[in-house]
Design a protein around this ligand. Structure first.
Ligand code: NAD
Length: 360
């Protein structure tokens, strides 16, 4: 296997592997390990060019640094991508070559599931490297992150409703939810159980039918979800859904959901802010899954009680972001980056000090 270094400003280590024997073509980006080893998922995608793959892995790994810094996971940010067709190229030999590639970084990068990669692939990787997380519960790993992500969203809703409506009575508000998958489904079940009113949508009709049977839940079709006169919009499907077309339609006062990269562009954070809509930065409110995985990386191993206790901190994380946003007149998205930068800066300072202390 040939491994080449790729120069990327502001990144600790970016490497590309080419393995003619198995057909593996992959990139690992370690963005920042100030707070700990760089953890981030492995994505398999049919990128049309190497540049496209490199662009994606750089963007995603940097995002993981900020996400982990805000969530206090004790981890840094990294990501890996395999250039290939997930329907044809996902063989054991290719995955094992990827495992050796991960292993070659000696633990500075720890991998996990992402688009195109499931438990089977992680098990193949694990035959070659110990730096794999998110395997099955039976194997002592942290398992499916989705219930933990949903739990974090509910916890985050408390911070949002207190900030915007001055209440932590989630049951007194009306929610609109886009996407009834693993995370959105759990969130809706929880809100319905609390006695709240919930308007939902999903492109999967069967799923809509199932949820329509729950108390307080009504279903709308597709795009109508943006027009619902609710208090809180909870996006749990796709990215890019907060944009110039949808934001003017929103009647809600809060947007707080699990979907990744909800804002189409940075300017849309400002548009929400100007309209008086409180936006919970997605990478903070959806951090339950990464927090759960971070507990697996501890030397003592995974413990669900510790994961659940840490996920409660999403509430405090959001409060800090909203306070910073108010105090410094920033959008919550900008405030979240400020909080993460401060945390990294503090850790760099401490690391510098401890090196100085040990040499004096
Ligand atoms: P999922 O695939 O289980 O569910 C997504 C649901 O959205 C599906 O039911 C799908 O039919 C629906 N959907 C797709 N397009 C839609 C549309 N245009 N309108 C309405 N519904 C639509 O995914 P998930 O694991 O529940 O994750 C949901 C979102 O949260 C994703 O953006 C994911 O990246 C993000 N996220 C998930 C986790 C996790 O732990 N699962 C962690 C962090 C972020």
């Amino acid at each position: 296997m040939k491994i080449d270094k790729i120069e990327a400003d502001g990144y600790e280590n970016v490497v590309m592997a080419n393995d003619p024997e198995t057909g593996l073509k992959a990139v690992i980006a370690v963005h920042d390990t100030t707070l700990g080893p760089a953890l981030g998922g492995l994505r398999m995608w049919n990128y049309t060019t190497e540049e496209e793959a490199i662009f994606d892995v750089l963007r995603l790994s940097k995002g993981m640094t900020y996400k982990s810094a805000c969530a206090n996971t004790g981890l840094g940010g990294g990501k890996a991508v395999i250039i290939g067709d997930q329907r044809k190229d996902k063989t054991e030999s290719l995955m094992r070559a990827m495992g050796r590639f991960v292993d070659s970084l000696g633990g500075s990068y720890i991998t996990a599931e992402d688009v195109g990669i499931g438990i089977q692939e992680l098990e193949w990787l694990q035959k070659e490297t110990q730096y794999v997380t998110g395997l099955s519960r039976q194997s002592g790993s942290s398992g499916n992150p989705s219930p933990f992500t949903a739990r974090g969203v509910i916890r985050g809703l408390f911070a949002c409703t207190e900030e915007k409506f001055g209440t932590s009575h989630l049951d007194r508000l009306h929610y609109s939810v886009q996407g009834l998958g693993q995370v959105g489904g759990d969130v809706v079940r929880c809100l319905s159980m609390l006695g709240a009113r919930v308007t939902v949508t999903d492109i999967n009709e069967d799923r809509c039918m199932d949820f329509a049977a729950l108390p307080g839940v009504e279903v709308v079709r597709g795009d109508e979800i943006y027009d619902v006169d609710a208090d809180v919009f909870i996006p749990c499907a796709l990215g890019g859904i907060l944009n110039g077309d949808t934001i003017p339609r929103l009647k809600v006062k809060v947007v707080a959901g699990a979907a990744n990269n909800q804002l189409l562009g940075e300017e849309h954070a400002a548009e929400l802010h100007d309209r008086g809509i409180l936006y919970a930065p997605d990478f903070i409110i959806n951090a339950g899954g990464i927090i759960n995985v971070s507990v697996e990386v501890r030397p003592e191993g995974y413990d669900e009680r510790i994961a659940v206790a840490k996920i409660e901190n999403i509430y405090d994380g959001l409060r800090e972001v909203f306070e910073t946003s108010r105090r410094e007149n920033l959008t919550p998205a900008e405030a979240a980056y400020r909080v993460a930068e401060n945390r990294l800066e503090e850790a760099r300072h401490m690391n510098g000090q401890s090196v100085a202390d040990s040499t004096s």
